[in-house]
Write a protein that binds this ligand. Structure first.
Ligand code: FE2
Length: 190
């Protein structure tokens, strides 16, 4: 029997090979998006402990972090109706929908320097979208479903739970620093 975590291991191997080869961000996003699409095309491999919602707020579980912190892979688990604040990433990111549905509301700084709403992206299982400072990396994400959890698998160009990022208050124009951390202490046994 094929170990279901082989799917995740293959994705990690692809990201490692691209990082080792010094792939440009554009090439990496292109190739890794195709691998992530494959990973989220089947919903049978994510262990339940990395798919558990929390009634209070969305959860980010670390699935793998490159030892050189060149990339990380996480599962993002939304309870019904949960959403993030408007935030940035400061590095490239790929978001692949595994289960349920989510909505990403994108923002970019306008002429005044204030954030203005841009496109709204609806993600369904099997679909992948990208963020990066180069192509736009500020958004607010919500579970599109108010009656059940949704789960997406993300890859980022750093140890995403450990880096300094920003949350944006649209009303006041205020920016606050944050470090997201992770909800888990143990990792999947790949
Ligand atoms: Fe995000």
């Amino acid at each position: 029997m094929v170990d279901k975590l082989d799917r995740l291991r293959r994705f990690v191997c692809e990201l490692t090979a691209l990082s080792d080869a010094g792939a440009s961000e554009a090439k990496l996003l292109d190739c890794a998006a195709a691998s992530l699409r494959e990973l989220v095309s089947v919903d049978d491999w994510l262990p339940p402990e990395f798919a558990a919602p929390d009634p209070a707020q969305y959860r980010q579980y670390l699935l793998y972090c490159d030892p050189l912190e060149r990339f990380s892979v996480v599962s993002f688990v939304w309870g019904p109706g949960q959403c993030t604040p408007v935030h940035d990433h400061t590095v490239w990111g790929l978001i692949g929908m595994l289960r349920g549905a989510e909505i990403s509301r994108n923002y970019a700084a306008g002429r005044s320097g204030r954030l203005e709403p841009k496109e709204v992206v609806h993600l369904k299982p099997g679909q992948v979208t990208a963020v990066s400072p180069r192509i736009g990396d500020i958004h607010q994400v919500e579970n599109a479903l108010d009656d059940r959890p949704s789960i997406s698998i993300h890859a980022y160009g750093a140890n995403i739970g450990a880096i300094a990022r920003h949350v944006f208050m649209l009303e006041s124009g205020e920016t606050k620093p944050f470090v997201s951390g992770y909800a888990n202490r143990a990792l999947p046994n790949m």
